[in-house]
Design a protein around this ligand. Structure first.
Ligand code: BV8
Length: 244
């Protein structure tokens, strides 16, 4: 296990960049994208629901899928992996947390400098105006309507085939290229452009560490791999780097 080497790299780091995927929220009970969808949603694939086409074709179904996920996330708590990243942020001079997750659990854990590449499921926007909506009346069939223009409301997340906000991806690329140490945690490294970030970090000469229960397209290119669940591996890593 390379925990000692990784701990030494973290202790000497000036700028650490982190990329997280749904694997870090798995131990909070939030299903990952690759977990078979449970129960009601078992007949759908997330990639087929998280698209503008799905919303245009069946806005009620897509709105209800997000409402179900919002309910599940509201009952979830940040886990030891999220909390370890809050502690790490306090120990490293420059720290950038880039997440693909839309569950907001990093912010609930106390992380401050978070780049949400794919938006946040707890924010809602008008699908016509592309502007935020914080209050609306639930009248008739979902999705609810924009109080300003009457357009259907949608979650403020980035769907497949939609572009990421420029400031999010630019900030993430800059941090990935400049950091000394890059941790890729709980992501299958399949979804672009997020999946390119660890490779950008390696290009920039960073020590790249992958924390995952499985192998991914990054595994053979990472400097170190710490296999196992993030909620165990991250606290262990911090204990070795900064013994109490
Ligand atoms: C874009 C928000 C420009 C919504 C998400 C070919 C055809 C069609 C499209 C493409 C293509 N090639 C590239 C594209 C573009 C596409 C893409 O990448 N497709 C992939 C599938 C090939 N990308 C896009 O469309 C992006 N936009 O490129 O814009 C453009 C414009 C027009 C046309 C083309 C391009 C937008 C992508 C954003 C999509 N939105 N989420 C929502 O949440 O509902 S992505 C969504 O899936 C998640 O946010 C997350 O990012 C992703 C799932 O990935 P992971 O987070 O990695 O989760 P996953 O379940 O896959 O893996 C979990 C991992 O954790 C596993 O490795 C597992 O082993 C590990 N794990 C499990 N438990 C633990 C653990 N690890 C540690 N501890 C544990 N306990």
């Amino acid at each position: 296990m390379h925990t000692t080497e990784v701990a030494a790299a973290l202790k000497g780091a000036k700028h650490v960049a982190i990329l997280t995927g749904s694997g870090i929220s798995a131990e909070s009970g939030v299903p990952t994208f690759r977990d078979a969808q449970t129960g009601l949603w078992s007949q759908f694939k997330p990639e087929d629901l998280a698209t503008p086409e799905a919303f245009r074709g069946n806005p009620k179904l897509v709105w209800e899928w997000y409402a179900w996920r919002r309910g599940l996330i509201a009952r979830a708590q940040p886990n030891a992996g999220h909390l370890a990243l809050v502690e790490l942020e306090q120990r490293i001079p420059e720290f950038t947390l880039i997440t693909q997750n839309v569950d907001g659990l990093h912010q609930r854990a106390g992380s401050r400098n978070v780049i949400e590449l794919h938006g946040n499921i707890n924010r809602t926007k008008c699908s016509e105006e592309d502007l935020p909506v914080t209050e609306w009346k639930e009248r008739g069939d979902p999705p609810p309507r924009c109080p300003r223009c009457g357009g259907p409301l949608r979650p403020d997340v980035v769907w497949f085939g939609e572009s990421l906000r420029a400031e999010a991806i630019e900030g993430a690329l800059m941090a990935s290229r400049r950091c000394d140490v890059f941790l890729s945690i709980g992501t299958s490294t399949l979804v672009q452009p997020a999946a390119s970030l660890p490779f950008e970090a390696a290009e920039g000469g960073a020590t790249v560490i992958e924390i995952n229960t499985d192998v991914t397209p990054l595994t053979n290119h990472a400097t170190f791999r710490l296999p196992g669940p993030a909620a165990r591996v991250l606290p262990e890593l911090l204990r070795v780097a900064w013994p109490a």
